[in-house]
Design a protein around this ligand. Structure first.
Ligand SMILES: Nc1ncnc2c1ncn2[C@@H]1O[C@H](COP(=O)(O)OP(=O)(O)OP(=O)(O)O)[C@@H](O)[C@H]1O
Length: 236
């Protein structure tokens, strides 16, 4: 699955202007974007997910056009079939683990209940060893359990790609190592393409088939990265 995008977006607040101008065209299935705070990583993921609209450019995933300014294409977030895992996991506080995971199957306001849905939820509860805590609320979970619940909720809808915003930042160092391994194994077995943004070089080491670095709204090829798959797009 090819990621091909050129995203341009200007954000202004008071006298400060931030210009995002990122482009990438790659067949790589594990992309890590490494950058300091405020460099534009989250904005990039949000634009891919459809949560912010670029001023110009295009976003293509495989042969699907998610956004194209000149062709006036702008798919709604739910049409894009992407899973976006937020930094703080964004679990619903009033829903237990089972209900949070089931929410991943919800399409808009319409929530069809069916046998199939229950079987899928049970599958992910088993796969992530969450059966024992299935009835617990997010505030009653450990950091790792929260992360697994959020991942299960993201994966249950069989997304075309996984967008991960600092997925290990909230975990203590020991759990971070365990969860990195889990996500690594999971991504390899499901073969779901992913973009992971982080400021932690260890994430890049584990996941970075393709490591990019981000500075001041621009994306650069990491000089240490020897992967040949990346082709920087020359034209929009
Ligand atoms: N709605 C907005 N209006 C104006 N500026 C914004 C807005 N949202 C983000 N910015 C600015 O855009 C820049 C990039 O923000 P972004 O959230 O993408 O950073 P980041 O690289 O993800 O940082 P972090 O690692 O701290 O999450 C920041 O300087 C931020 O202040």
């Amino acid at each position: 699955m090819r990621f091909n995008f050129h995203i341009q977006k200007r954000l202004s607040s008071n006298s400060r202007v931030f210009d995002l101008d990122v482009r990438l065209n790659t067949d790589s299935q594990r992309i890590v974007i490494l950058g300091e705070s405020g460099s534009g990583k989250s904005l990039t993921l949000k634009a891919i997910a459809g949560l912010i609209t670029p001023d110009a450019g295009h976003i293509e995933l495989g042969n699907q056009t998610l956004f194209n300014k000149t062709k006036r294409i702008n798919q709604a977030p739910q049409q894009r079939h992407l899973a976006y895992l937020f930094q703080d996991y964004a679990l619903f506080p009033h829903l237990n683990v089972r209900q949070n995971i089931a929410f991943g199957l919800v399409r808009g306001w319409f929530n069809p209940q069916g046998k199939n849905k229950d079987a899928k939820v049970e599958y992910w509860l088993d796969a992530f060893q969450l059966q024992a805590v299935a009835h617990q609320l997010p505030h009653e979970l450990s950091g790792g359990q929260k992360q697994r619940t959020a991942l299960a909720r993201a994966l249950i809808s069989q997304p075309a790609a996984l967008l991960l915003d600092e997925p290990f930042a909230a975990l203590d160092p020991a759990l971070r190592i365990v969860m990195r391994k889990e996500l690594d194994a999971l991504q390899r077995s499901l073969k779901v393409p992913m973009i992971l943004i982080t400021h932690d070089p260890d994430d890049a080491e584990v996941f970075g088939e393709q490591v990019m670095s981000m500075h001041d709204g621009r994306l650069y090829e990491d000089p240490q990265c020897e992967n040949e798959a990346l082709v920087m797009a020359d034209v929009a």
